[in-house]
Design a protein around this ligand. Sequence first.
Ligand code: GRF
Length: 193
Amino acid sequence: MVLLTGSNKIKTAVFISGKGTNLKSLINFSKLKKSPITIKLIISNDSKAVGLKFAKIYKIKKRIYNFKKKKSSEKAILLELKKNEINLVCLAGFMKVLSHNFIKNFKGKILNIHPSLLPKFKGLNTHERALRSNEKYSGCTVHYVNSRLDSGKIIIQKKIKIKKSDTSKSLSKRILIEEHKLYPDAIMKIFNL
Ligand code: GRF
């Protein structure tokens, strides 16, 4: 196993829109000796995203782009990624769909985490939909990002059993705990570690 030291680690940006619990788990993971990544940049489309607090706590650079003009926001983000020598982008609860042009510029280097067993339940309200359709199992998926929503190549999945008593809240809570382990596992996997 090749261990990467601080300056050799892959400079990573995490994109968030909400609470940022996956961001926090990625930050904790990045600090492990075995981790191939270092998180250099946090990007959000929402200045009120609760997860932005982790930028301050862990002294990581943050940038906010409101996406009112998607094209210019994406252009500015691409410049910022370049400036910070970012080589991996992790979407973690990022609520904007990136354009084909953006993805093309970072081909094969953008990952996303989604709270369902893709290809089932792409898009929003995954837990409600899984419960409504009486699924026996749900879970989470880390996948490469392509220009179709939640449709890129799957890297890794974790399956959990849905309980009779589950509500979308209880299910999302259990799946989120799995997400926090799965994203680091996906990164280890893509770097063959
Ligand atoms: C997660 O469930 C993720 O799979 C989905 O949005 C949620 C983000 O949670 N895309 P957090 O902001 O990481 O706490």
